[in-house]
Design a protein around this ligand. Structure first.
Ligand SMILES: CC(C)(COP(=O)(O)OP(=O)(O)OC[C@H]1O[C@@H](n2cnc3c(N)ncnc32)[C@H](O)[C@@H]1OP(=O)(O)O)[C@@H](O)C(=O)NCCC(=O)NCCS
Ligand SMILES: CC(=O)OP(=O)(O)O
Length: 343
């Protein structure tokens, strides 16, 4: 798992603080202890100390090893509540509602990130994706270049039986339910950038469909083609195949048969799914049947790193997402990448 090891090694070199708001789940506490021990990040736990202590006892983890913040009594609460109010006042939020929202550990954690008190947040072992994403969108907001927030998975294929080895980006498998062609293009562009920055590979993008180069006709195929054209308009040099089936996207011999003039030639490393049904089902199938390590859902398009987890995540999954969160902070603050600069 070269790409994952690179990410972990990179994270260890950065002095980072990641905030977790689900420390009452013992997987989170074990992962937090591992991330600190391995030097990946310092961890701040936001939550009620009593509940955290119960989970710590169950997990056999020392709570004293972490910075613990209780929203109810923290000296930070007043200023974070002011920030929440400033962010949401235009939506009709009152000061009382702002305080109530700030006291929720998920919002408190993202407010810490927004205010620069932590480098990133990770949640989703307990909360649903809907809740995690809504809090991040409302509090952290979009970066300067994206029009929507979407998500991607880093899928690591490293089992002896995997004929295809290494890292793949799957997007969007977690967030945008039925993207328009414009949204799908935005998802593909953000995912391609992640292939450059996290996999350290030139992006080779497959715009997945049940059709390869017009072999089937349907509005859902046309949407994928229109999205691909938008991507090419914005990134004219990108390697991309429009309306391509999965087999032709990742198997060179099949690509030769189905799409002889393919740009990607069966070597896609960025798989873009036409909608959330396809994306979510496929990533879980690749993970649970195919034996891939699935890291995510990682959010793309946010101004600062805040990432999600599946409620079915393991301790290793959480540690991996913490490491990616640390590295994303560095990517966000670095001076662009070739494709990113063209956006
Ligand atoms: C992410 C999600 C919750 C947003 O849903 P929604 O119904 O539009 O949410 P809301 O209407 O409450 O919108 C919340 C805010 O986020 C904004 N928003 C919603 N989706 C957005 C996106 N993809 N990018 C940027 N902003 C977005 C809305 O404009 C709204 O802004 P506002 O509060 O300032 O007006 C929704 O897309 C969703 O449920 N996705 C599926 C998640 C899921 O179940 N995944 C499966 C498991 S991984
Ligand atoms: C990403 C995802 O599917 O999350 P969950 O399994 O928590 O619904």
């Amino acid at each position: 798992m070269k790409a994952l090891n690179n990410i972990i090694e990179k994270a260890k070199k950065l002095d980072s603080k990641i905030v977790l708001c689900e420390g009452d789940d013992k997987r989170i506490l074990i992962a937090a202890a591992q991330a600190q021990q391995d030097g990946i990040a310092k961890v701040v736990l936001v939550g009620e100390r009593e509940k955290l202590q119960l989970a710590a006892d169950e997990a056999n983890v020392r709570l004293d090893d972490f910075e613990v913040i209780e929203p109810q009594s923290s000296p930070l609460t007043a200023s974070l509540s002011e920030l929440y109010l400033a962010l949401r006042e235009k939506k009709g939020i009152t000061p009382t509602q702002a305080l109530q929202e700030t006291l929720k550990p998920l919002n408190f954690a993202n407010l810490m990130v927004a205010k620069g008190l932590a480098d990133g947040s990770v949640a989703g072992a307990v909360h649903t994706t809907k809740d995690v994403v809504r809090s991040a969108i409302q509090i952290i907001g979009l970066d300067g270049t994206s029009t929507i927030v979407s998500s991607f998975f880093l899928m690591m294929l490293c089992q002896p039986f995997h004929t295809l080895k290494g890292g793949l980006i799957f997007s969007d498998c977690g967030l945008v339910i039925d993207p328009s062609d414009e949204e799908l293009a935005s998802i593909a562009i953000a995912a391609a950038k992640n292939a450059e920055t996290l996999l350290m590979e030139e992006p080779k993008v497959a715009m997945l469909s049940f059709s390869t180069s017009g072999s089937a006709q349907h509005e859902s195929v046309s949407k994928v083609v229109r999205a691909s054209q938008r991507v090419k308009q914005q990134l004219p040099d990108i390697a991309i195949d429009e309306d391509i089936q999965l087999d032709a996207a990742i198997v060179a011999d099949i690509a030769k048969k189905k799409l002889p003039n393919s740009n990607v030639k069966g070597k896609s490393n960025v798989l873009i799914f036409p909608n959330l049904e396809a994306g979510n089902i496929c990533y879980k199938l690749a993970e649970r049947v195919g034996g891939a390590v699935a890291i995510g859902p990682l959010l793309q398009g946010l101004a600062k790193p805040a990432n999600d987890l599946s409620r079915g995540c393991s301790v290793d999954d959480i540690v991996n997402v913490i490491a990616v969160t640390v590295v994303q902070k560095e990517i966000n603050s670095s001076v662009g990448y070739s494709n990113a600069r063209k956006l």
